[in-house]
Design a protein around this ligand. Structure first.
Ligand code: NHR
Ligand code: GAR
Length: 193
């Protein structure tokens, strides 16, 4: 069985979309894969309750309890490794990961970023796209490398930026597409793992 571990920091709507797709498409049988655990760096992340409703194991590794990024990442890796993962999925996970962590999960660590990479890596992508006058925005699923928001691209979705768009309105439009492309990208990747 290929175990998928999903890392979240907030609402977990991408995580929920992946879990629902796995159930709907029967990944257990069709892909010999399951979402084995959801891990949050924030104890109050809304996604933890959603995972619980689906009887998925949850863990919290609170970054505020660790003096350095290295110490946090070591504890996070220990929590992940307990689930014997084939794939580690960042889904709205908001802590930058150290090179040692990224190396540990090389080729089995992926992220979804709310921009059309390589445009707008980092934070506040929607406002930056609006400010730049972009006519289109979107989301990117990519393999995580030590360079932030940079690894090989697995999938993208495009949405229009509308006149008088706000960052919130654009974010919601992008998020709808994220929920479609992230489960698809994972289902495509799993047979190669
Ligand atoms: N780590 C590596 N090494 N490479 C990537 O591509 C990563 C990563 C960790 C997270 C997600 C990413 C995004 O999709 C991601 C990709 C957080 C920040 C950030 O600056 C930047 C990019 C991403 C996630 N975080 C602040 C920090 O100091 C904290 C912000 C907060 O806690 O709210 O870590 O956009
Ligand atoms: C998503 O839009 C995701 O792409 C983005 O945060 C949102 C999380 O939503 N990720 C980042 O900005 C990473 N820095 P969710 O918690 O409901 O999936």
């Amino acid at each position: 069985m290929k175990n998928i571990v999903i890392l979240i920091s907030g609402g977990g709507s991408n995580m929920a979309a992946i879990v629902r797709c796995a159930q709907r498409e029967g990944w257990h049988k069709a892909l010999d894969a399951q979402v084995a655990a959801v891990i949050s760096n924030r104890p109050d992340a809304g996604g933890l309750a959603i995972a619980g409703e689906h009887q998925i194991a949850t863990d919290v590794v609170d970054h505020k309890r660790f003096p350095t990024r290295e110490a946090f990442d070591a504890e996070l890796a220990a929590a992940i490794d307990r689930r014997q993962p084939s794939l580690v999925v960042l889904a709205g996970f908001m802590r930058i990961l150290t090179p040692a962590f990224v190396e540990r999960y090389r080729h089995r660590l992926i992220n979804i970023h709310p921009s059309l990479l390589p445009a707008f890596p980092g934070l506040h992508t929607h406002q930056r796209a609006i400010d730049a006058g972009c006519k289109f925005a979107g989301a990117t699923v990519h393999q995580v490398t030590t360079e932030l928001d940079y690894g090989p691209i697995l999938a993208q979705a495009v949405v229009p930026v509308l006149p008088d768009d706000t960052a919130d309105a654009l974010a919601a439009r992008v998020l709808t597409q994220e929920h479609l492309i992230y489960p698809r990208a994972i289902a495509q990747l799993l047979p190669q793992l």
